[in-house]
Design a protein around this ligand. Structure first.
Ligand code: AMP
Length: 293
């Protein structure tokens, strides 16, 4: 395994793999502090692709001015050890200056999809995400790029960018990996103490309860949202930022629910830590059938 810090080296290595060796490349973009969620993407990339590149880059442009960019957990030594165990071929770990040279001024804006949900609380977040992913895709030109359903809106935004700007990569979205308690695994869980971790598991319980209610026939989006909100707020340490039932492809907020793929998306504060999670309604499987889970 090689750790690459320079954009130019990364693109020349990737070019050789594609052109001279005719091998497929899988990219797993991450901000490091790797956990089982990231590793599930790496495992699938390893299964599907000849060469696996994992990028580890805490992207400054996707953090707001009052957010945790400075304090975001970083441990490249530990990440490298984990990725060695997973037989990853390259880690791309550039500095912020390498990605954003001094006179950098070109950004990618994925219109309306960046505005609701996370976009309301984190204006500019998806502009940063789309921009860095565009740079990674252009540098590496992967055949497949792997993302987690945990960040559902991010996956929708990236898929749309790839379609609209004609990037030649296939986006693969993989299920959310959870702790035994149901809590979605996240690098930010490191900010939580044991009690807060326990309390945070209410988020998944709330989403599961709402999904069950939908399955029993409830078709009012506002009722589904109320169930999530009241269940979460029965836990005194947890405060809802938003809960919204949206079309899984357009992110349009829905009140009359039907049989299309939909998303119940939630963000909540546990103490000062902001967590997001979601569940799909009417998930469409790869073979086109509807998932019952
Ligand atoms: P991050 O390092 O938080 O930017 O995440 C990198 C990638 O890992 C993103 O595509 C995330 O959606 C994905 N990811 C993060 N947590 C999980 C999880 N618990 N399960 C599955 N994928 C995840």
């Amino acid at each position: 395994m090689e750790i690459i810090n320079r954009r130019q080296r990364m693109s020349s290595v990737a070019r050789k793999i594609r052109r001279d060796q005719d091998r497929t490349i899988g990219l797993v973009p991450t901000m490091g502090a790797l956990h089982d969620g990231h590793l599930s993407l790496v495992r699938e990339a390893r299964r599907m692709c000849d060469v696996v590149v994992v990028s580890v880059f805490v992207n400054p442009t996707q953090f707001g001015p009052t957010e945790d960019y400075e304090h975001y957990p970083r441990d490249l030594t530990k990440d490298t050890a984990l990725l060695t165990d997973y037989n990853v071929d390259y880690i791309f770990a550039p500095s912020a200056d390498e990605i954003y040279p001094k006179d950098f001024c070109t950004y990618v804006n994925v219109g309306g999809l960046s505005k609701p949900l996370e976009g309301e609380t984190r204006p500019g977040h998806f502009r940063g995400v789309a921009t860095v992913v565009a740079i990674l895709l252009n540098t590496i030109r992967p055949d497949f790029s792997f993302f987690g359903q945990k960040d559902a809106q991010q996956a929708v935004v990236i898929k749309r960018m790839v379609r609209d700007l004609a990037f030649e990569t296939e986006i693969v979205v993989l299920p959310t990996v959870r702790e035994d308690s149901g809590l979605a695994i996240s690098s930010r869980n490191l900010y939580l103490n044991d009690e807060e971790q326990q309390s945070a598991s209410v988020i998944h319980r709330a989403l599961s309860k709402a999904k069950e209610t939908y399955k029993k026939g409830e078709r009012h989006g506002s009722k589904i949202e109320d169930i999530v909100r009241t269940t979460i707020e029965s836990e005194p340490r947890v405060r809802v930022d938003y809960v919204s039932v949206v079309d899984a492809n357009t992110l349009e907020k829905l009140d009359k629910l039907d049989d299309r793929p939909m998303l119940i998306a939630v963000a909540a504060y546990v103490g000062k830590t902001r967590l997001i999670d979601n569940t799909m309604l009417n998930k469409v499987n790869k073979d086109g059938s509807n998932s019952k889970i």
